[in-house]
Design a protein around this ligand. Structure first.
Ligand SMILES: [Zn+2]
Length: 279
């Protein structure tokens, strides 16, 4: 009898829904007003102000939309751009080269991208690249070209975590839309070429982002996680700056295709990704 009484006292929503905990993955090349390479230097004061302004607008929107917790990861170039001094007081800041899988294992209701750029080789993608503009030519999962957006989306999907929002340039937005059509998109600039763009003002970008973040939280539970099923081949073509480690060929699931190309096989995405990351 007392048992039933206890259950009745629990608010129905709290019992049914896990906390809305959001991981916000941040980068630099997709921030409004950032269009030249030297602006992406982590110590650049303009980048820091513009990026932090967009992050805080997103955090504000997430909480307005009903988020319980927001973790902001400083994902750009060595995790040296953001500061706890200026980050939104209700957000928590994750700093350092965190492993993708270790991070996602902590459990989130959703992930979101902010300041995101498109994958390498995309026309009109402002400073588009896949993980490393100097080191990697392209990356493919089961033959499909991917960059940070595709890899994060698929890894998160393997934990059942959906992508609910992307802010960045038009090319990055198009890239996520092809994978997760229901995700909210806040386009803050349009690429004319690799280093040429038409951008919103910081204020207009922040307003757009805040509204999109608010709408995105309402979609938690309705957006399907993006999943890559079955055995996975992760193929990476490095640039000529990269010297292949000849010992790689003896590792299980690793195939050296040519002087600059390696394939990592796995029974699923996580295994293929681990073989690449811990090589
Ligand atoms: Zn990036």
């Amino acid at each position: 009898m007392r048992f039933w009484l206890c259950l009745c006292l629990l608010p129905a929503a709290a019992a049914a829904q896990p906390p809305k905990r959001i991981l916000l993955i941040t980068d630099a090349e997709g921030v409004a007003g950032i269009c030249r390479q030297e602006q992406t230097e982590p110590t650049n004061p303009e980048l820091r102000a513009l990026l932090t302004g967009e992050i805080n607008a997103a955090v504000e929107g997430f909480f307005e939309g009903g988020a319980d917790e927001v973790i902001v990861w400083d994902g750009h170039d060595g995790s040296r751009t953001l500061s706890a001094q200026t980050i939104h007081p209700r957000a928590r800041l994750m700093i350092g080269p965190v492993g993708y899988t270790g991070t996602l294992e902590r459990g989130y209701a959703a992930i979101a991208f902010l300041g995101q750029h498109a994958m390498g080789n995309v026309q009109k993608g402002i400073m588009a690249h896949s993980f490393s503009s100097l080191g990697i030519q392209y990356m493919k999962i089961n033959g499909r070209p991917v960059g940070e957006i595709g890899v994060w989306a698929a890894l998160a999907g393997s934990w059942g975590i959906p992508v609910i929002l992307l802010t960045g340039d038009q090319a990055a937005a198009d890239e996520l839309k092809a994978l997760v059509p229901e995700a909210e998109l806040a386009v803050v600039k349009e690429g004319l070429a690799r280093y040429a763009c038409i951008s919103l003002s910081a204020e207009a970008a922040q307003q757009t982002i805040r509204r999109a973040a608010q709408r995105a939280v309402a979609k938690i539970g309705r957006i399907r996680p993006y999943r890559v099923e079955g055995p996975v081949t992760l193929e990476i073509e490095y640039t000529t700056r990269h010297s292949l480690n000849p010992d790689l060929a003896v590792l299980p699931g690793v195939e050296i295709v040519d002087d600059r190309t390696i394939r990592y096989q796995g029974r699923d995405l996580r295994e293929a990704w681990q073989r690449y990351r811990v090589r």
